[in-house]
Design a protein around this ligand. Structure first.
Ligand code: SF4
Length: 473
């Protein structure tokens, strides 16, 4: 069986982080490992670094193509799945004219399977004629079982098409209906280590800011917190599942890369686990730089852990500070206050760790809120900042509250850089104007502070200005 695992590009415009933050397709690499163990021939196609998906399909001639991605990749996933089916269809009907006979035989059997974070939470969005299966679980055996032809009715965490055997007179259709088999939480301890052959072949293309190259590892699924705006805590059926930390250190030790990005939604969860992590890294003499997500309240409650992490090379901690007002923080169930955020910045700085502070601009923001956010960031001497526009997630219950005020339905706009819903107090144009002014001010400040020297400032400022005029009128 030939399987192509595809991660489509995130954007075809320059309005994204391509070349700044490019993640190794870790999820696909773990699947690759597992499928190889089951005797399959597997290849990864990563749209961040490769451009020609169609050429890859024609050349590799897969029997199965599995796609994964986030909301903003939905269009590309669908476009490529459609291509696979069209390629198959044309091959059948035009055999001999366009494609060689061997191509025809292969292409006629391409099965399209869609998985990943977005499909697992919003499977219905992929129920199309050109999708064969949607996988909603992290369990890699489900994908392998589908490929080996097991009856999908026996599998948990899969959506599949079936003939409606009991149509009624008022909903008669000869079309297939989609059946959704519920997913079960998956124990991450069972997932094999990533197969990094793709990473080593393209090592220089994967990066986190100036940390180049940068490899990825996951030590846990899901997040034990329940912030109202976030979908990450819904993954793996909402069940937190963590790897044995010794196994994590063994894998880190085996990776030929000096920078490691721990991609857990929240790595700073269990103090004892982190103490053991530090001890094992020291005992092994591992010298690497680390990037990880961590909450501000953990940093403030456990400064001793932060000190230890700084000693083993923690370089960036990515923290969702979100807002600079207590009311906004409590309204979103963040379970911490602004003072905690300020103290967390101070503790990281005292330990020589860079905080990447992540903020949200809410839909009720006025001009003064954008200005206040800039002042707050400046006051706390925060150099690394990411500011997202509030984006209601399609998979969350509160999405229906925004249905009437959506200004776009294009999933490509769910990149946290676009307004998808009408702002409360100012026009869309004004909102974009103030947002882009904030980004430009932050960017110029970062330039003065000498960070991001690895980036092409001029082209970034140009793209910010272009977007400022494009979006704000
Ligand atoms: S702590 Fe972070 S990952 Fe967890 S629910 Fe909150 S925002 Fe999401």
């Amino acid at each position: 069986m030939r399987v192509l695992l595809a991660n489509p590009e995130t954007s075809r415009s320059k309005y994204d982080y391509a070349g700044i933050i490019d993640d190794e397709p870790y999820e696909l690499e773990c699947l690759m490992s597992y499928l190889k163990q089951r005797g399959m021939e597997v290849r990864i196609w990563d749209g961040q670094i490769n451009k020609n998906f169609r050429g890859e399909v024609k050349k590799y001639k897969p029997d199965f193509v599995y796609f994964c991605g986030r909301t903003r990749q939905e269009n590309f996933i669908k476009e490529y799945a459609f291509f696979c089916k069209e390629y198959s269809r044309k091959s059948i009907f035009k055999s001999g004219s366009i494609f060689k006979k061997s191509d025809t035989e292969k292409a006629s059997s391409i099965t399209t399977i869609i998985g990943g974070a977005h499909a697992s939470l919003c499977p219905d969005r992929f129920f199309t004629d050109y999708t064969d299966f949607v996988v909603t679980t992290y369990d890699p055996s489900v994908l392998a079982d589908i490929i080996e032809g097991r009856n999908p009715e026996e599998l948990n965490g899969v959506c599949f098409k079936k003939k409606d055997v009991y149509p009624t007179w008022d909903n008669y259709s000869d079309k297939d209906i989609w059946i959704k088999n519920k997913a079960l939480p998956y124990d991450i301890k069972k997932m094999p280590w990533a197969d990094r052959s793709n990473f080593y072949e393209n090592k220089d293309r994967y990066c986190y800011l100036e940390l180049r190259p940068c490899a990825i590892i996951r030590t846990a699924y899901c997040c034990p917190y329940r912030c109202a705006f976030c979908y990450r805590n819904r993954l793996n059926c909402g069940r937190y599942s963590a790897r044995d930390i010794k196994d994590v250190v063994d894998e880190i030790d085996s990776i030929d890369c000096e920078n490691i990005y721990i991609i857990d939604d929240d790595f700073l969860v269990i103090p004892d686990r982190l103490h053991t992590f530090v001890r094992l890294i020291k005992e092994r003499g591992i010298k690497k730089k680390f990037v990880a997500f961590g909450r501000a309240d953990f940093i403030v409650k456990h400064p001793e852990v932060i000190k230890e992490l700084s000693e083993i090379g923690f370089y960036y901690i990515l923290t969702g500070l979100e807002y600079i007002e207590n009311k906004r923080l409590s309204d979103t169930n963040k379970r911490l206050g602004v003072n905690t955020n300020g103290n967390a910045i101070r503790i990281l700085h005292e330990n020589g760790i860079h905080m990447m502070g992540m903020f949200i601009t809410d839909l009720d923001f006025k001009k003064k809120d954008f200005k206040n956010l800039y002042r707050w960031i400046k006051h706390f001497k925060l150099a690394h900042v990411a500011v997202s526009i509030y984006t209601p997630e399609m998979c969350l219950e509160n999405f229906s509250e925004y249905k009437d005020r959506l200004i776009t339905e294009d999933p490509a706009d769910w990149d946290y850089l676009h307004l998808v819903a009408k702002p409360d107090n100012i026009s869309v144009k004004k909102y974009y104007l103030y947002y882009h002014i904030l980004l430009i001010k932050l960017f110029l400040r970062a330039k003065r502070m000498g960070i991001y020297d690895f980036m092409d400032y001029k082209s970034f400022i140009k793209s910010f200005l272009k977007n400022l005029f494009k979006f704000s009128g």
